[in-house]
Design a protein around this ligand. Structure first.
Ligand code: ADP
Length: 508
């Protein structure tokens, strides 16, 4: 998969995830808005019912009082002014007077009683007149009475509580009755408000109620206008509206996080795999390259041996045979390295632990690399400070470890290598440091050098060949020896690989 395709897929996946998140957020916010609308509708319904009940209650009291005296005297005067009225009208009047005089009714009930009587046009007109008169009396009587005196506080309190509860609203609230006559609150939360020094100013404690959206006119039928407002403030309205959506929100956050985590993880895996595949390609290229040279050399040498000029000269034959042998050993070493890695990968290796004198191993390794280093006008030496260099390990692998590190120290020192191997005793074992003054590595490279197939690109730049397997082999072997490996390196200044081997390994 090429890089462009990966980015297109990531882009599409990203757009899809963001799209789903936006849609989901949209749904949640719509649900919250619907909740809020319902809450507001319920509150206004409750407040309008409260206001209506209060007004009807007041009218009932007033009409009850008027009806008795007023209707009686009004109809009596009517009757007396009409000497020979038909019997039904007198009956209607007497019956009405009786009913209106005994019960306490609101205007609707009065109007119903009146309309249950005779339906002739005269009676209807008369009834209207009675009704209008009663209402006019009521309006007149209430005009100018302070609003606080018209409201029975316990009744308002109980009614408000009941109407809100009937609609499922049982959250805390504060309420107030605001008088338009005095431009101030006259009732706040179950108590009457004593006249403010400056009634035009709303006390800070009442600001919330005053600024609330939930306001309805009290006594809306009053003429010319309503004398005041009933206002209610819900301090926890927002959390109430959101509360029913909290499970949705938690689910949304949880599942979105999972999706994002998986998304990020997938992208990481894609890039890791891509890098690995690139590294494997590099490895194959390097390997081909590494084998090409010895194959070509062997081919040339064998051609030469078979040529008649050379074949007669035993000295030259021996030389070319030696070249073939050397190249063969070189190829064998390469194959061995790759095979070692395959074995380690399968965890299919058994170590033969014996007591090893590390100083001897190091001496041999220094000697082996010595020729190559000297050819490049460099120095390689060992400084043995360890008094007890005996460790427990597998001789072949321990030798490979030291050889690999020395080989790298030589390879990655661009000119005149200066390599030193130090040993010293530390608690429980021997510490070996392979130090060079070569090209060193960046911090980023240090993080990856023990990964399989990893090679720093400057390695290629300097045309240093390798498979990127050496250090991962060293690391795997140090772990198998229950030892440790650490690296200190600075770009351009050199590197130190610090190994720790145990004198004795338990449960080997
Ligand atoms: P190879 O040497 O075959 O590339 P290694 O696993 O031995 O593979 O090393 C991995 C990488 O670590 C190398 O490509 C090189 O860039 C870096 N490296 C290893 N040893 C040294 C060193 N002594 N100095 C600088 N860089 C090093």
């Amino acid at each position: 998969m090429n890089k462009k395709a990966i980015w297109v897929i990531i882009g599409l996946m990203g757009a899809a995830v963001i799209g789903v998140v936006c849609l989901q957020l949209g749904l949640i916010f719509t649900a919250i808005r619907v909740n809020e609308d319902k809450f507001e509708k319920d509150v206004f319904e409750a407040l309008n019912t409260v206001v209506k009940r209060i007004e009807k209650e007041e009218q009932r009291d007033a009409f009850g009082n008027y009806a008795n005296g007023f209707v009686t005297s009004y109809l009596e005067s009517e009757i007396s002014s009409m000497a020979n009225q038909p019997a039904i009208e007198i009956n209607f009047a007497q019956h009405t007077i009786r009913t209106l005089g005994t019960d306490r009714m609101d205007p609707d009930q009065v109007s119903t009683i009146l309309s249950n009587e005779c339906q002739c046009s005269r009676c209807v007109a008369e009834r209207d007149q009675i009704y209008r008169k009663l209402f006019a009396y009521y309006q007149q009587d209430m005009h100018g009475i302070p609003i606080a005196e018209r409201i029975k506080l316990p009744y308002l309190k109980a009614l408000l509580k009941r109407e809100l509860a009937n609609r499922g609203i049982d959250i805390p609230y504060t309420y107030g009755v605001y008088s338009k006559q005095s431009n101030s609150f006259v009732i706040v939360d179950d108590h009457y408000v004593v006249e403010e020094a400056n009634p035009q100013e709303i006390a800070p404690g009442y600001q919330n109620i005053y600024n609330s959206n939930f306001q309805v006119h009290l006594f809306p039928e009053d003429m010319p206008s309503s004398p005041g407002l009933l206002m209610v403030h819900f301090p926890t309205k927002a959390s109430y509206v959101w509360s029913s959506n909290i499970p949705n929100l938690i689910g949304f956050i949880l599942f979105t996080s999972i999706i994002f985590y998986c998304f990020a993880y997938t992208i990481r895996v894609i890039f890791t795999q891509k890098k690995l595949s690139e590294m494997k390609n590099d490895f194959i290229n390097n390997m081909t390259h590494e084998f090409k040279t010895p194959i070509a050399t062997i081919s040339l040498a064998s051609d030469s041996i078979t040529s008649p000029i050379i074949s007669g000269n035993p000295e030259k034959v021996r030389r070319f045979a030696n070249i073939i042998k050397q190249e063969n050993i070189r190829m064998n070493n390469q194959v061995e390295k790759v095979l070692q890695m395959a074995v380690i990968e399968k965890q299919d290796f058994s170590l033969k632990f014996t007591d090893i004198n590390l100083h001897e191993v190091i001496e041999r390794a220094v000697e082996n690399i010595g020729l190559q280093v000297e050819k490049r006008e460099g120095v390689v030496k060992a400084v043995f400070d360890a008094t007890n260099p005996i460790i427990s390990g597998d001789l072949t692998h321990v030798s490979n470890i030291i050889n690999n590190l020395l080989d790298n120290a030589n390879k990655y020192s661009p000119d005149h290598p200066e390599i030193t191997v130090y040993t010293r005793n530390i608690a429980g074992g021997v510490e070996v440091t392979v130090e060079d003054k070569g090209m060193g590595m960046s911090k980023e490279a240090r993080k990856h050098i023990f990964d399989k197939f990893y090679r720093v690109h400057t390695g290629n730049l300097h045309d240093v060949k390798g498979f990127g397997l050496g250090l991962s082999y060293v690391k795997a072997m140090m772990t198998a020896h229950k030892g440790t490996i650490d690296v200190k390196s600075e770009l351009g200044k050199g590197s130190s690989f610090i190994l720790f081997f145990q004198h004795k390994i338990d449960n080997k």
